[in-house]
Design a protein around this ligand. Structure first.
Ligand code: NAD
Length: 359
């Protein structure tokens, strides 16, 4: 089987981190039982400059046809004052909307070598590996009625509506329970819905109020395996969990759509959590590991290749254990490298792991 990948590097450091990820993709194609056909297109500000819109119809067609989309980052100060429709992030929002990517997967993994980079105590975060699943297309960000009204007394009244249908809750819960089966079989729901439990009797379900969940994430984060939650709480909790791990340059994410039961196809978009980092763009300083780890997620969730995903994650772990660091995760006594240097080290680590030289 040949997997169709669409690469959308975007703006700022997006193309820099994507270039290193592409090296990993080529390495996997050469050394593992994997075949890819790769398309590339512009998105965000770079698409605005060259094509007049943040994402073209042609690019949308490529995204629909792809088995998975790998996305870099979009945005930059030069487009900050653009009208709403001409903002770089409209490209990403359109992709999310039209591919119906309702499930946002945000792992928070603390690599042992980086446990001191967290603002939390090393013993609290060491070995941390949790997955937050945030509903992405419903809830208060989309609910109606919404808006600001003028009142008779001259003051204003703002309304946002938190709304979910049974179907929306069922499909995000189904994603959470299915993924828990690939992990430690535990789901904590930061909502009060238990509609799915009958379908997944093997998965332990607990309920936790979102405010308590926020507290527990900094108190004892390792108690969690999969956390499933709505769009608004997910926005907050996933960033909080991310912070537990130390650096934004290390964090991958995935957004998945509904699986077509007939064809088995499921849209998936994979992207680093970080933005386009205009402050360091073009300088070869960006940490490519979040993007590389996003590709590992793609192998695991879109292509069902957990061993290949694990290989990339082990290569990242190796490189960190060997003391290599980009500027964002630099620590005293470690060796600082740039974007390409980190890419070189990942390829070298993959070579060694492939030859069985390293464990
Ligand atoms: P950012 O994530 O781009 O940068 C925040 C800080 O983290 C910066 O100091 C940056 O240098 C650093 N950083 C981020 N990624 C890094 C990496 N891989 N390696 C080393 N350092 C890294 O967030 P921001 O500064 O708030 O936003 C910059 C632009 O990115 C804005 O235009 C924003 O709209 C956009 N943005 C895009 C996305 C996306 O494409 N999904 C997400 C967030 C922000």
């Amino acid at each position: 089987m040949t997997y169709k990948l669409l690469l959308l590097p975007g703006d700022g450091i997006g193309p820099e981190v994507m270039a290193e990820t592409e090296r990993v993709i080529h390495w996997m194609a050469k050394h593992r039982d994997l075949k890819f056909s790769i398309e590339r297109a512009l998105v965000g500000g770079s698409a605005l400059e060259a094509e007049g819109v943040p994402v073209t119809e042609e690019t949308m067609a490529l995204a629909h046809a792809a088995d998975a989309v790998l996305f870099g980052a979009v945005g930059g100060p030069q487009w900050d004052n653009n009208p709403f429709e001409k903002k770089p992030e409209r490209g990403l929002l359109r992709l999310r909307k039209e591919l119906e990517l309702f499930a946002n997967l945000r792992p928070a993994i603390c690599f042992d070598a980086l446990k001191d980079a967290s603002t939390l105590r090393a013993d609290v975060v060491s070995g941390l590996d949790i997955l937050i699943i945030r509903e992405l297309t419903g809830g208060v960000y989309f609910g109606e009625p919404r808006g600001i009204m003028e009142m008779n007394d001259g003051t204003r009244r703002a309304i946002d509506t938190q709304v979910y249908t049974t179907g929306e809750i069922q499909r995000i819960s189904r994603v959470a329970f299915s993924l828990a089966r690939l992990r430690s079989n535990r789901v904590a729901s930061a909502e009060k819905s238990n509609v799915m439990h009958a379908e997944f009797p093997d998965v332990e379900l607990t309920h936790i109020l979102a405010d308590n969940c926020a507290m527990q994430l900094v108190r004892r984060p390792k108690q969690f395996d999969v956390i499933v939650t709505d769009n608004l709480f997910g926005d907050v909790l996933s960033d909080e969990a991310a912070q537990c791990t130390g650096s934004i340059g290390m964090l991958p994410s995935a957004s998945l759509g509904a699986k077509d039961e007939k064809t088995g196809r499921q849209p998936g978009l994979y992207e680093p959590v970080h933005g386009s980092a205009p402050d360091i763009a073009g300088q070869g300083l960006a940490n490519p590991l979040a993007c590389v780890l996003s590709f590992a997620m793609c192998l695991r969730y879109s292509f069902n290749k957990p061993d290949d995903a694990k290989l990339i994650e082990r290569a990242v772990e190796r490189v960190l254990d060997e003391g290599l660091r980009t500027g964002d995760i630099m620590q005293p006594g470690k060796k600082q490298v740039g974007t390409t240097g980190m890419g070189d080290a990942i390829i070298a680590a993959l070579d060694r792991l492939d030859l069985g030289v390293a464990q």
